[in-house]
Design a binder for this molecule. Structure first.
Ligand code: G3P
Ligand code: CA
Length: 301
């Protein structure tokens, strides 16, 4: 698990247990202004390059994570889906239309769903020209290719299981690919990998299969519901427009699935004013298409 040492130690020391909403929920004494938070420990929120440095390079390509590395960012976020023949690929939309030239290469195959194309067909597509001609020839990477590049770049990965309802068993398959690529050893699990999803069921499945992994739920549950999430996840990652300082404090006040104070990484923040606003709310991380803009505004790493 990726542990932010001061926050983790304090949470373990100060934590206690309450029974709420029919379940057992662990609470931490440390709040958002406590010197035990990640912000205080590291001088700023963690900055995640969303789909790579996707303001400047085509999203979810190897080029976008290389650029994030060149800009000095080691945390990158991606989206994982599955092809017709069972290969995991890195792409956000559940169709290929917006971010590739699929309509030209495979006319008549609309609506061009990822799950209706084989990995070999997807490998033929140009995933860069739509963004800029200098990126012509960029590909939709397989998860295996992507992990290899993140590893080569010595980066870290916030992996999103995208639309798991379309891909039964994708959680187990994703873990198998991670294992095969050497991403489930102690070094990766403790420092280099977080798995997230908008699907609470999916996060719960990942936690059940690999309880040592750090996970995050994408969304903004009501404060009253947070203890239920704390039973199977470590982080709650909300859209920035949906949060307040009180809500962030409520998340920080809970101990998550690993007995550490829960954290909040918010998205998608691409301008300095919003970055400063969510920093003032006490978030631990900011997920952004423009990581350089966020770092300039609030520090972080
Ligand atoms: O990492 C958070 C963010 O990726 C969630 O939204 O639609 O960009 O996957 P989306
Ligand atoms: Ca995503």
């Amino acid at each position: 698990m990726y542990v932010r040492p001061a926050a983790a130690a304090a949470a373990a020391f100060l934590g206690f247990t309450l029974t709420l909403l029919g379940g057992t929920a662990s609470y931490a004494v440390a709040g958002p202004d406590s010197p035990t938070t990640a912000r205080a420990a590291f001088g700023g929120p963690v900055v995640y390059a969303h789909r790579g440095a996707s303001a400047y390079a085509p999203e979810n390509t190897l080029e976008s994570i290389d650029l994030a590395m060149q800009l000095g960012f080691d945390w990158v976020e991606n989206d994982v889906q599955r092809t017709r023949d069972g290969e995991l690929v890195v792409i956000h939309d559940d169709t290929l239309a917006r971010t590739t030239d699929v309509e030209q290469v495979f006319p008549g195959r609309q609506p061009w769903r990822v799950k209706d194309f084989t990995a070999a067909e997807i490998a033929r597509l140009d995933a860069g020209s739509w963004f800029g001609e200098e990126y012509g020839g960029a590909r939709v990477p397989t998860l295996r290719e992507y992990l290899h590049r993140v590893q080569r770049n010595q980066q870290r990965l916030l992996l999103e299981i995208k639309k798991p309802e379309l891909y039964p068993g994708i959680e187990e398959q994703t873990l198998a690919v991670l294992e095969d690529a050497g991403w489930l050893d102690e070094r990766h699990v403790t420092r280099r990998l977080v798995v997230q999803s908008f699907s609470a069921d999916s996060v719960r499945i990942v936690h059940g299969l690999r309880p040592d992994l750090v996970t995050a739920f994408l969304g903004t549950p009501a404060v009253a519901d947070l203890p239920r999430y704390a039973q199977f996840t470590d982080r709650i990652n909300p859209w920035h427009t949906t949060i307040s300082a009180d809500w962030v404090a409520a998340v920080h006040g809970l101990l998550g699935a690993h007995g550490k104070a829960m954290e909040v990484d918010t998205w998608i923040v691409d301008d300095a004013a919003t970055a400063r606003k969510v920093q003032s709310m006490g978030v631990d991380g900011i997920i952004t298409n423009a990581p350089d803009v966020v770092r300039e505004a609030v520090g972080g790493y």
